[in-house]
Design a protein around this ligand. Structure first.
Ligand SMILES: C[S@@+](CC[C@H](N)C(=O)[O-])C[C@H]1O[C@@H](n2cnc3c(N)ncnc32)[C@H](O)[C@@H]1O
Length: 347
C-alpha cells in the first residue's frame, strides 16, 4: 500500500532548462525545510540558498555576547534569525530575546521559522521597527536595560537576492531598495528629486567612490528614465565608458553606487548614530554590545562611539581592533569578507 504523502503535492514552477535560474523559480531553496539535502549542496558550493541568509562571525559574536540562561537580549537586526537562534539556544530557554527588523516581509517569515524551531513568545519576541528606537522599545516593555545588544548591519541575502526588492544590479527589478517598502521614498523616487551636488556627495561619502562626479552627472541627466536596477547599472556603465576599465573595476563602481543609494534611501547612518547614542543607557551594568560592520562609514561611526564611551567611563572595555572572520569563513561565504566585528562592555 502506498504511504501517505507527508506534504501536499505541489507542481514545481515552470522554468527553462534543467535548473531554475530566476529567484522565484528556486522553489527548493525557498522551501529549505522541505529540501534540506538540496540546500546543503548549494551551501557546499559556497553559495547562499535563495530566501535565506548565512549568518556571519557566529562564533565570534557568541564569544563577545556570552549569553547566559535568564538574560535579556536584543537582536537589533533579526534578518533570517541565524544569530538570534544561537543566542536563544545559549540562553537555554530562560530569559528573552527581542528580535527587531524594519523589514515587514522578512520578519514574518523569520518569526514563523523561529517558532517552528520551538521558541515561544515568552522566549522570543519579534518587533517590526527601526533599531534607532531601541530606547522607546525598552521603555514600552518596562525594561531598564538588557544584557546584550547585537546589530549585524546592512541588508540580508534574502533582501539582496529578491529582484522585487531592487537592491542588486545582478537581476532586473524595480529600483526600490527600501528595507521597509511601506514607508519613505524608493531609490527611483529619490533619483527623480535629488540634486547633482547631493548625489555626488552621497556617492563620495557613503561609498568612497572616486568616480562620483561623472556618475552623479549622468544619473541626473537621465532623470525619469532610471526606474529599474538594470537601468541604474547601465547608466553607471555609460558614465564610465571613456575610462575603459576592466569589467571587475566597473562592477565595483556599480556595487558602490548601489550601496550609496541604499544607505541614503534607508537613512542608515542616522539610524546607526541613534542606536549608538541609545546603547549605553540600554545596557545593564556588565551588558555587552556587538556590532558587525561592512564598510568604513559604519565602522568609523561604531569605533568612534565605542572609544568615546570608553573614555567617558560608560564602557569598561571596548575592542582594541575589529574582529574579522577567519579564512575558512571568508572562503566558504565570500559575503563575509568585508565584515568587521566591534564590541563594548557596559561599565
Ligand atoms: C545582515 S541582516 C541580519 C542577518 C541576521 N543577523 C541573521 O543571522 O540572519 C540585516 C537585517 O537588519 C535589518 N535592518 C537594517 N537596518 C535596520 C534598522 N535601522 N532597524 C531595524 N532593522 C534593520 C535589515 O532589514 C536586515 O533584515
Amino acid at each position: 500500500m502506498a504511504s501517505e504523502p507527508t506534504q501536499p503535492h505541489r507542481r514545481r514552477p515552470r522554468y527553462r532548462g534543467t535548473h531554475p535560474r530566476a529567484f522565484a523559480e528556486k522553489y527548493k531553496e525557498l522551501n529549505s525545510e522541505l529540501y534540506p539535502a538540496d540546500v546543503e549542496k548549494v551551501i557546499a558550493r559556497g553559495d547562499t540558498p535563495a530566501g535565506s541568509h548565512r549568518s556571519i562571525c557566529v562564533a565570534e559574536v557568541l564569544a563577545v555576547l556570552a549569553p547566559k540562561a535568564g538574560e535579556t537580549a536584543v537582536d537589533a537586526t533579526l534578518g533570517h534569525g541565524g544569530h538570534a537562534q544561537e543566542i536563544l539556544r545559549a540562553m537555554e530557554g530562560r530569559g528573552r530575546l527581542y528580535g527587531l527588523d524594519r523589514d515587514p516581509l522578512e520578519i514574518v517569515r523569520t518569526e514563523a521559522r523561529l517558532r517552528s524551531l520551538g521558541f515561544p513568545e515568552e522566549a522570543f519576541a519579534a518587533r517590526q521597527m527601526n533599531f534607532a528606537d531601541l530606547g522607546e522599545l525598552l521603555a514600552g516593555e518596562g525594561l531598564e536595560g538588557v544584557d546584550m545588544v547585537l546589530a549585524d548591519l546592512g541588508v540580508s541575502s534574502m533582501q539582496i537576492d529578491n529582484p522585487e526588492r531592487g537592491f542588486s544590479f545582478k537581476s532586473e527589478g524595480p529600483l526600490d531598495m527600501r528595507m521597509d517598502p511601506r514607508t519613505g521614498q524608493s531609490a527611483a523616487e529619490l533619483l527623480l528629486m535629488i540634486s547633482e551636488a547631493r548625489l555626488r556627495a552621497i556617492i563620495e561619502e557613503y561609498s568612497d567612490e572616486n568616480e562620483a562626479p561623472v556618475i552623479a552627472r549622468v544619473l541626473t541627466q537621465r532623470r525619469g528614465t532610471i526606474t529599474t536596477t538594470r537601468a541604474l547599472a547601465q547608466a553607471v556603465r555609460d558614465a564610465l565608458e571613456s575610462r575603459q576599465n576592466p569589467e571587475e573595476v566597473t562592477r565595483k563602481t556599480i556595487r558602490r553606487t548601489f550601496q550609496a543609494l541604499r544607505i541614503e534611501v534607508n537613512h542608515e547612518f542616522e539610524a546607526l548614530e541613534k542606536l549608538l547614542a541609545a546603547l549605553p543607557a540600554s545596557l545593564n551594568p556588565g551588558g555587552r554590545a556587538a556590532i558587525l560592520c561592512f564598510h568604513s562609514g559604519e565602522e568609523g561611526r561604531v569605533e568612534a562611539s565605542f572609544r568615546e564611551g570608553h573614555r567617558a567611563g560608560l564602557y569598561s572595555s571596548v575592542a582594541e581592533s575589529a574582529v574579522r572572520p577567519g579564512p575558512e569563513e571568508r572562503y566558504q561565504n565570500p559575503r563575509s569578507s568585508s565584515a568587521r566585528l566591534w564590541w563594548a562592555v557596559r561599565a
